[in-house]
Design a protein around this ligand. Structure first.
Ligand code: PMP
Length: 366
């Protein structure tokens, strides 16, 4: 394999993929071993793809210890379509859904749910520009809520729940788009977990949904009245093959799952991600030249958000970092500042390089 030049990619998503996975895809792209056709060419009804789909699901189940009463679905439309599918399947006209408003993506989920039914904002830090997570004691949950929706990691603001909030017996639905499989996950505390693949799990194009059987049944009740493609029950009954799924993206997720297992699984990834983010936060906190934007206790291990004393200085840092091969450090366009995304595939050496760059930048501009 010729050595290719790669820069450090701090993008929030689509984001870095493990290099061995990219290399394997490149090697097998023209002809999948034992198949003689490209993964881009094979039928989703072929034995070869059925095997890939089954193996990817099995690897996800093993990695995340998914209990047997949960289905794993491979859907399309991104996490954004889940914002609509969740209320369309589970929010009856007589009921209320609770939403924890912890960030810009939660806010988007709320807006979609409000088009479908009654939403209670169970807690919100919007007035504080989402610089912290709503505390357990601040949650005002509705008795008998249709479900409670949370955003596990707030990609734009850089906050992350260390563990899911206690929501009693209500079904907990989690948008885990930006921290799925970055650490061990207690699936049994959730009724439904969804995540676009394009941060920790693979390329864009597939959304992983882990859904408990009782929610599949609840979805089944609404099957006749929902567009077929928006029904979880339909996708569960058809084992994600109701229509043509994102064949290539699923194959790629399968390879990433094998890579994750080879790294030692989610506990090892969790420790590694803690170490990576820890190094960067330590640099941010070292003097005061840099300022973390999220409350310390709520800091995300995936998206490290910080600022400098002026926008001009931030622009300069981004420009110089890009020239030094440290790409994608610009904060989300809605909030500005800086953001370093450190998903599973992002190497620790890249963090070390960024920290060294930041020290040098401070020396010259501090
Ligand atoms: N939720 C979260 C937490 C996200 O970070 C994103 C994407 N950055 C989305 C939802 C939207 O995902 P998609 O682009 O796959 O619709």
């Amino acid at each position: 394999m010729p050595t290719v030049h790669r820069i450090h990619n701090f993008s929030a998503g689509p984001a870095m993929m493990p290099v061995p996975v990219l290399e394997e895809m490149q090697r097998d792209l023209v002809s999948l071993p034992g198949v003689g056709m490209s993964i881009l060419e094979i039928s989703h009804r072929s034995k070869a793809f059925e095997a890939i789909l089954a193996e990817t699901e099995a690897d996800i189940r093993a990695l995340a210890t998914v209990p047997s009463n949960y289905r794993v679905l491979f859907l399309q439309g991104g996490a954004s379509l889940q914002f609509s599918m969740v209320p369309m399947n589970f929010l009856a006209s007589s009921a209320t859904a609770d939403y924890i408003d912890s960030g810009s993506w939660a806010d988007k989920a709320i807006k979609e749910a409000a088009k479908v039914g009654t939403v209670n904002i169970a807690g919100s830090t919007k007035a504080e520009r989402y610089g912290r997570l709503p505390a357990q004691s601040e949650l005002r949950l509705t008795p008998g809520a249709a479900y409670v929706h949370m955003t596990a990691n707030n990609t734009i603001e850089g906050t992350e729940f260390k563990r899911p909030p206690d929501v009693g017996s209500a079904p907990l639905v989690s948008d885990s788009s930006s921290d799925m499989f970055s650490r061990p996950i207690d699936v049994s505390r959730h009724a439904l977990i969804y995540a676009g693949a394009q941060k920790n799990m693979g390329p864009a194009g597939v959304t992983i949904v882990i859904i408990r059987d009782d929610l599949v049944s609840r979805s089944g009740v609404r099957k006749a009245s929902l567009p077929t493609m928006l029904s979880y029950a339909v996708h569960a009954e058809n084992k994600s093959l109701y229509n043509t799924p994102a064949v290539f993206a699923i194959y790629a997720v399968g390879l990433v799952m094998k890579w994750l297992s080879a790294q030692g699984g989610l506990s090892v990834m969790g420790k590694r991600n803690e170490r990576k983010a820890g190094k960067l936060y330590a640099e941010i906190d070292r003097t005061g030249f840099y300022r973390g934007t999220a409350r310390k206790e709520d800091r995300s291990l995936m998206n490290v958000t910080f600022r400098l004393s002026s926008e001009a200085l931030e622009k300069l840092l981004i420009k110089e970092a890009t020239a030094a091969g440290l790409d994608g450090l610009e904060g989300h366009r809605s909030v500005g500042g800086l953001r370093a995304s450190l998903y599973n595939a992002f190497p620790e050496e890249g963090v070390d390089e960024l920290v060294a760059f930041m020290k040098e930048f401070e020396r010259r501009n501090g």
